[in-house]
Structures are given as C-alpha cells and as structure tokens.
Design a binder for this molecule. Structure first.
Ligand code: TXA
Ligand code: MG
Length: 332
C-alpha cells in the first residue's frame, strides 16, 4: 500500500515499519531506538539475528550524542560527502540506545541520505531510523516502490513512493573508527579516488590512509551472508554463443546487443534472448536490480552476464558495480 511521507512518520511513531525511498536503494525503516520496530524489521526481512542494522539520520548532530570519541576528520568528511550515498562505521557509547539496532555491537553505521523524501521523513520524525535495504534477506535490494511491493507488500505498514533510486547500488561503507586510516568496507559510487582527492585538497588532514578492504568478510558481520542473488542461476558468459539455448538469457549493455545482432547469422536472432542492462555504468548500476528481477520473471533456465569491455574501467562506480555482479553470479 502506498502512503505519504506524513503517514510514514505517523506509522513510525507507532512502532511500525515502512519502506522509504533513498537515492541508493529503498530502505525498510523503523525507529532505531525502538525495540518493537527493530524486532519487526528482522521478522519482515527474515534477517539473521546477528546482522546489525544501518541507521539513518538527517544531520551529523543527530548521531553525535550516541557516539564515542571519533576521529577529528569525521565531521568535515561527513559535511562534504553527506547527504549522499555514503555510510560511516563509528564507535558507540557503551550505554547508547542505538545498540537495540546494532545487535548490541559497540559500533554503528550511519548515513544521511540525500533523497528529499527520506530527508523530509528524518527531519519530521527527528529520531534515527534503522533502514536496511527493503528486501527479503539474501535477495537483491529494491530500487522502486513496485519492487518493494512485490517482495514485501503485504508485510509492511506502507511504502512511500519516491520514484526510481538514482544510484541503484547500496551506499559506500567506510570504517571510520581509526584516527589514521579509513577502510572502504563496501564499495559504492563514492570510492577511494574521491576520498583521496578530498583528503589531498582539504589542507587540514594529512597522512590519513585510505584502504580498500579485500577481505571485508571479517570486518563487516553482514558480509558473511548471501547477497544480491537472483533465483535464476547466473553466470559470466565464457562459452561460445552457439552453446546458448532458447531458454537462456544474455544480460548485456545496449551497444553489445546491437553488435551481436549485426554480426550474428539470422538463425541466431530468434534463438538468443537479451536483457538490455543499459547504455553506460550509470544506467547499468541504476537498472541492475530491476533487471535481475526481470530475469527471474522470465523463468529462464540460466542467465549469462556479458560486459567484457567494461571490466577494466577503474572508476569507483565500475568497481562497485562489478562487486555486486560478482556476488550475483552463482557458484561463488
Ligand atoms: O544504501 C544503503 O546503505 C541502504 C539504504 C537503504 O540506506 N541500506 C543498506 O542496508 O544497504 P543493508 O542492511 O542492506 O546493508 C548494510 C550492511 C549490512 O551488510 C550490515 O551487516 C552492515 O552494513 N552493518 C550494519 N551495521 C554494522 C555494524 N555496526 N558493524 C558492521 N557491519 C554493519
Ligand atoms: Mg541489504
């Protein structure tokens, strides 16, 4: 059921759980210091009980009171990159009420989303909102109200429709618990490059190292769980196109589809099914989860991803996209 931002605030104040739009993906929101709401989020998502929830606030000052001492650079970093698709892992005060949503961990990940509706709800409610991605655990994140409706429609106390999520991939997560280094735990549209540029330009902060985590498994409890997988077995395309049968689908970019149609003999045209992921990184990222959902509705036997010319790209968005694609592929 679609509801307005005001209705969402009302429901949240009654300990209910609602889906809200953000610029990355839709979130399943409940008041982060309300045990009833938090319990309900775990139930709706069927989320493992030891997987902590990310908190959303409207400003840095709204999270400050819950935190243990944090690195000097944090406030400047947040004021430059947020609101936006980036989250910060920091230490919590021992008695912090937010521990209700962090599985009692002594740390929290917080984010200030830039989607105007998310910000409106956060400002009106004036409380932190726990909001993991609004999907059943193990599935990919929803990037439209429709996708939430299909997955969780009958379980949530309303969905606020804010259009399609602009970025389409989950936020970058930075471990900001150390005073001398930042670890990128989850790649996103803002990455090492952008952070290094900011650090080198902001004259105040010298010598802070930016590390891309290779084994985020150990660092982020949530990473031990399966993510981003469609129901249809998905593989990278390595075989010859002639091996592909008519109940299999190739997911690729528009230019490649056009090229294939030009060079392939006509008998292949009726046999090969394509899903067009988009024109460029921005579109492919934005479309990714809705296209994986489309793949599932086709009930194909297998899906094949084919994006060879894009893999070598070094942008933060490309790295984030291939991180999600590699996780969506079966048998890894
Ligand atoms: O873009 C996003 O970040 C979206 C939107 C809705 O804001 N949210 C999102 O939440 O992607 P979620 O729960 O799907 O991913 C957050 C990840 C999970 O893997 C979780 O395990 C991890 O962050 N996490 C949350 N709190 C943590 C903590 N205190 N320590 C370590 N990992 C944590
Ligand atoms: Mg998620």
């Amino acid at each position: 059921m679609l509801i307005s931002a005001n209705q969402a605030v009302q429901n949240l104040l009654l300990s209910k759980v609602v889906a809200i739009p953000t610029e990355t993906v839709y979130g399943l929101a409940g008041v982060a210091i309300d045990p009833t709401a938090i319990k309900e989020i775990y139930k709706i998502k069927n989320r493992p009980k030891d997987n902590p929830l990310i908190t959303h606030v409207s400003s840095f000052s709204a999270i400050q009171k819950y935190l243990n001492p944090y690195p000097d650079y944090l406030e400047d970093l947040v004021s430059y990159f947020s609101p936006g698709p980036i989250s910060y892992l920091v230490n919590l005060k021992p008695e912090s009420l937010l521990r209700v949503s962090t599985c009692n961990l002594n740390s929290v990940i917080f984010r200030i989303p830039s989607h105007p509706i998310a910000l409106e709800i956060l400002t009106k409610i004036n409380k932190p909102l726990a909001a993991p991605s609004a999907n059943t655990s193990g599935k990919f994140s929803p990037t439209s109200a429709d996708m939430v409706e299909q997955d969780l429609g009958d379980k949530v106390s309303g969905i606020v429709d804010g259009g399609r999520s602009l970025v389409g991939l989950e936020s970058t997560i930075l471990d900001c618990r150390n005073f001398d280094k930042i670890i990128v735990l989850r790649p996103g549209v803002v990455g090492k490059k952008e952070l290094q540029k900011w650090f080198s330009q902001s004259k105040l902060w010298f010598g802070i190292e930016i590390i891309e985590s290779k084994n985020s498994e150990e660092k982020t409890p949530g990473n031990k769980y399966r993510h981003y997988c469609p129901d249809t077995p998905l593989f990278w395309l390595t075989a010859d196109l002639s091996q592909i049968s008519s109940n299999e689908v190739i997911l690729t970019d528009l230019a490649t589809i056009k090229k294939f149609k030009k060079i392939l003999p006509p008998e292949f045209h009726s046999q090969l099914k394509f899903i067009n992921l988009g024109l460029d990184f921005k579109q492919i990222s934005q479309n990714l989860y809705s296209k994986l959902s489309e793949l599932d509705t086709l009930k194909a036997k297998k899906g094949y991803l084919y994006l060879p010319s894009l893999r070598s790209n070094n942008s933060s968005l490309a790295k984030a996209l291939f991180n999600r694609l590699d996780k969506a592929v079966s048998g890894k």
